[in-house]
Design a binder for this molecule. Sequence first.
Ligand SMILES: Nc1ncnc2c1ncn2[C@@H]1O[C@H](COP(=O)(O)OP(=O)(O)OP(=O)(O)O)[C@@H](O)[C@H]1O
Ligand SMILES: [Mg+2]
Length: 951
Amino acid sequence: MTERKRFGDGVRQTCWYIRVDPNQPGPKKMNASDSEKNDLRRKIQDWAIRQGSVARDPQNWKALREAAVRYCRELGTIIPGGEIASSAPGVQADRSNQRLLEIATLGPDAALAELGSGLGGLTEQEAELRLREHGPNAIRQEKRPILVSELATRLRSPLNLLLLILATASFALDDRKTAVLIAVIVVLSNLLSLWQERRAKLEAEKLRALVKTTATVVRRATGTALPVSREIPLECLTPGDVIHLSAGDMVPADVRVLAAKDFFVNQAALTGESMPVEKFGSAQTAPAPLELKNLCFMATNVVSGSATAVVVQTGAGTYFGSIAGHLLGRRVLTSFDQGLNRFAMLMIRFMLVMVPLVFLLNGFTKGDWMEAFLFGVAVAVGLTPEILPMIVTINLAKGALAMSRKRVIVKQLSAIQNFGAMDILCTDKTGTLTQGRVVLERHLDLRGEESPRVLEFAFLSSHFQSGLKNLLDDAVLLHALDDGLPQTDGDWLKVDEIPFDFVRRRMSVVLEREPGRHRLVCKGAVEEMLAVCTHGDTEGERFDLDESHRRRLKESTAALNEEGFRVLAVAYKDIETPEISYDASAEKELALIGYVAFLDPPKDSAAAAIAELREHGVAIKILTGDNEIVTRKICHDVGLSMERVALGSAIEQLPDSELGHLLETTTVFAKLSPLQKARIIGLLQQRGHVVGFLGDGINDGPALKEADVGISVDGAVDVAKESADIILLEKNLEVLDDGVIEGRKVFGNIVKYLKMGASSNFGNMFSVVGASAFLPFLPMTPPQVLLNNLLYDLSQTTVATDDVDPEYLDRPRQWEIGHIARFMLCVGPVSSLFDYLTYFVLFSVFDAWSRPELFHTGWFVESLLSQTLIVHVIRTEKIPFLESRASLPLLVTTVAICCVGIWLPYSSLAANLGFTALPGGYWPVLFLILAGYIALTQTIKVWLNRKYRID
Ligand SMILES: Nc1ncnc2c1ncn2[C@@H]1O[C@H](COP(=O)(O)OP(=O)(O)OP(=O)(O)O)[C@@H](O)[C@H]1O
Ligand SMILES: [Mg+2]
């Protein structure tokens, strides 16, 4: 069966259709006609073929269905039912679609008029009014739920339901004490995690708010004032605002393009289509908004070129806003999330084996099936990792907060673990290895002499370009100012621009001084410039550029490169037959006039930072678009070994397998295109590395997305910031090293908790099954099991504050469930061993056989104390207390919970809980049992670590 047919069938099987009437207030359900269905199927098939990812995996019905829903929504008229049949966004999406379609059919001026705006933008006052009317330009923010409703949602979780059923059952069985106790436990544990998680989330939100993206808007102070363009926060945009978009920007709202120049937009966020789409300003019609070439949508980003556009819809009214909650809000699980889920599943599987077994054992041996049932349920609760999510959230949030103090902002909490696991960091060059303060040092003509004319041409190029302004352009402008060069543009008028892109590595502006005479000024990377130059021009004297000229030029620029200069060649041509607009094909037969050289000195701190990262097990690779000679020089200066430098053109030819090998041995990659950067990262990942990428340019976007941890800086272009998981407030490798360590700490603490949870659960399983089999009464009463569980949980809440041994932080830490499992299998039975020892003592010495309360109390205390104390063995590789001590809060909770455990049997609660005072002679024995347990666990831990090198 062809993929095409399969997909069509998938849609037919999984969707039923409804039609939404835009004039109706709610979605009106009705079956679409057969011809409509067929039409839809055909369109979806065509579309699916275009969507490589879906078509490639035709087995994946869920993905197919989602894709179909997405596409149908795009079509706007018929939508597959089920998903949105009953919800407003579907209708809203349809209304906003209608509006977009309308605006698209108008010419630029009419569109502006329709939106009550003009080329000069809105006045500040008008914008303010509209902002009040339409609300801020933000997707329906996740409202913080009210405490009560959040609590209610929590109580509906299976776990809590189980507990509540247990409470009700106890109540019905006239066991009021148990019922009350369970209720208390439910409320207490839920309130605690609610409060902790809320705090953690709040802190994470505050941190995220530190990183802001802005939009360039044109507004006027008053109706008569001149329009001024300025940066404003995205939330402040409102319909009618005129904005400028250029390469690297995120599209801030749904906008209608008024004028565009080589303007390419990546709409993958909405369509999954990774090829950029060119957008124009002219009027258009199409059946669905996403097919329109004069509209740009929120959440898409500008790949190259520039445009002026007018905002049509903002916030939740945008196309993205209307579907965000449904399709785009879904988070992809990281390997960390998956690991956690696997762990939780492991625990739940235990429970599923355990509970029926315990139920049957107690039912048959004791004959009271109701009691056996209640006990089984209590054990089930005890074995459920109910505070795992809380422990994880607190740990991550704490880590994020600690990182923020080191000026590292975590956007995606679960990236923290990847951060600690990262063993290769790929980074660009500017700003990381260099100071990022680019200064124009030379402007030389072809004879190698300083030439004001070369500077003037470079200035014109930088001054008039409106695309992606970068450090090099800034440096040209600054130098020109210092040099007293025309502060104005020498009466030149801009006719057109051929924006920079990272494949051509050059850019041009077309200017006019006398009507009808156009001049194209081009600047860019030397080799790429030589490819389009046929002439040379020294102070107005034109000559053919022959091989010897080229060679000499390459030699002299290479010499500059070797001194660490970045060089851009500058060329021009006068155009005899002017055109209205120009594209990259006009960049030919240029006359080279010289070159400008920039210096961006290496960062003093880079060498030390690289060494430190390397010491912590993170290898550095440089992925740059710049040329190899400068890169080599800079790397040399910061002490980065680079026996060989691989070039983009060379790796392009290599098949994945060969490139993979090359990657292991090469540190520096130069002249890379954005996609080559991403390819390198992908291949490193395939080879089992956890890869981070640090970059700030529009050319770094794909690599940032590909990497396990995308790292960007606050000053980066929007796309880079948007694609990154982590934002550095300073572009600095040192803060990165601190962040890595923090990430490992967080992971270390989470793993501690998992190891403890797993081994104590596994141990308890043996103990409870054993005790159930041979005891004439229940091993513990259900409320006791629950209380034990609650107290243990409480003792663990401070794990996030714990310190981690420096040895643990020394190298990348990966998520290895195997280690945890092995640990559990070895240490768990040890705890059972000592439980059995306790049983033995209780029966043989203290005659507990005839006194169930004594047995219950004795085991309760032993179980609680041993679980609480063992944290201290598991948390370190070393000898607990002597060589490595826990954090104060963890010590405090340990002591406190132990004290509660010891006090309970003597307290006034004892009778209610079914405890009895323990005989004085029990305590020394218990002390010995605990000491033995700790000692044996310690020995086994050391043995395990040696044998498997677990650490
Ligand atoms: N504004 C510009 N005008 C003309 N050419 C440019 C401009 N910016 C960059 N180039 C050319 O494109 C090449 C690649 O750009 P750039 O060096 O910024 O890449 P990169 O990968 O971001 O480098 P880095 O690793 O230093 O951040 C430059 O070496 C330069 O030759
Ligand atoms: Mg860069």
